[in-house]
Design a protein around this ligand. Sequence first.
Ligand code: GLC
Length: 510
Amino acid sequence: MASTKTTTKSTTKAKTTKSAEVKTKKTTKKLPEIKVIKKKKIVFLGSEAAPFIATGGLADVLGSLPKALAKNKDLDVSVILPLYSSINQEFRAKFKFLTDFKVSVGWRLQYAGVFYYEYQGVKFYFIDNEYYFKREGNIYGFYDDGERFAYFSRAALDTLSRLDIYPDVLHCNDWQTAAAIIYLKGMYYGDEKFNKIKTVFTIHNIEYQGKFDMFTFGDLFGFSDTLREKVEFDGMVNLMKGAIEMSDIVSTVSPTYAEEIKTPFFAHGLDGIINRNAQKVYGILNGIDVDYYNPKTDKYLFANYTDKDLSGKAVCKAELQKMLNLPVRGDVPIIAIISRLVSHKGLDIVKAAIEDLLTQDVQVVILGKGEIGYENYFTHLSHCYGGKCVTVIAFNQDLSRKIYSGADIFLMPSKMEPCGLSQMIASRYGTVPVVRETGGLNDSIKAYTGVKGNGFTFHDYNAHDMLYVINEAIRTFKDKEKWLDVQNRAMTTDFSWKVQAGEYEKLYNK
Ligand code: GLC
């Protein structure tokens, strides 16, 4: 009925001017109500984020998860970082100064400047204080790390109020930003705007908890006495424990690790605390930035390639062998380790089995830095097995990409691995992972059976089990058709943030 009426009207009025019609509509009809959708504000706090400052997996995550979330137009995503002097000058030149103020660190009053830079849809805020962040060499490992990150956590909260950017969710990562949750829930709650903020605390590795002498409780952190029960553990200040107790939600970086940290072997003392808070503990597997790690476009590679055309990967392998002084042979498998050289990466079982492995027709390439004992051992090994084994003691982006692309098998036998990103990167470059079934390795790599699976896995932390599975990978490597199949399954596994970022959104909505 209505439509007939309109048609009649429009035909009879066809010759009258359109604007007249519009005018009548304007005066007689009510304008539709415009719904203003308020964006949900998420602020991340962390001690490193790629590409500004990166020493480990945390930087990859804080460089890629916020970017993936910011693609959702309903979210407004920011990251607050320390302004380390080692942040590249090219970036620093683009940062804009916003404001400065004083921050309490126990009885001290310290300067804080705030710089701003928008990058890939994410708002980055940098906290400037040269006394704390202008240091030579590393960004961690100083005698006053506790004070540096107590300062940073507090300065970050004060930035929220100074700039009036109170978020719906404050998402803190690892012990360095755990204190922000303790301050927020334990000392800032009197302020209504702070009181409304919900918190997520993500554990990237439960081994590093931020433990300090009890003397620092008041003197350094300036915690009020009522917080003692939440923050104290084993007679010490334990920032991670405090954040687990006080945060609205706790997450870790894989579902398997979320279960593992309920047990003493994995929890470094905090299993009781995790169990007590189990109802708010979630495990979400990390993703990687698949644009950044892409063999089709990666500028570091000798040649580019895709899962459909692997000819470039053969070039990468030959060039890598040339570069490392290894015999240039396509038929010999290159087994690679790219890792921090620390004990929880499973290097004890590598040590126990590697000479057995080297008796075979293989090439082994090791890239990493870490404990001096391992550095010396693997360097010595490469001297003993010249032409078969190469060790490079370094943390080197360029060389790592050349190894990810040029190798055939990627070995990652970690004793513990909250998530692990290297196995995902290796997969993306068609280098098939051999992993131990723990943490995120267990959630990302499934044993190849001939019809499914994207790598090779073993369960027990045992050198012979590992060797057995490496040999299975080598046998498969020699069967061209099967190898192409498992390689393709590795390369086409979706490790992007597409799905996982959605899991975080679900957490934020809780
Ligand atoms: C830590 C963990 C590693 C994880 C990374 C990012 O470095 O040890 O397993 O992938 O954080 O979450």
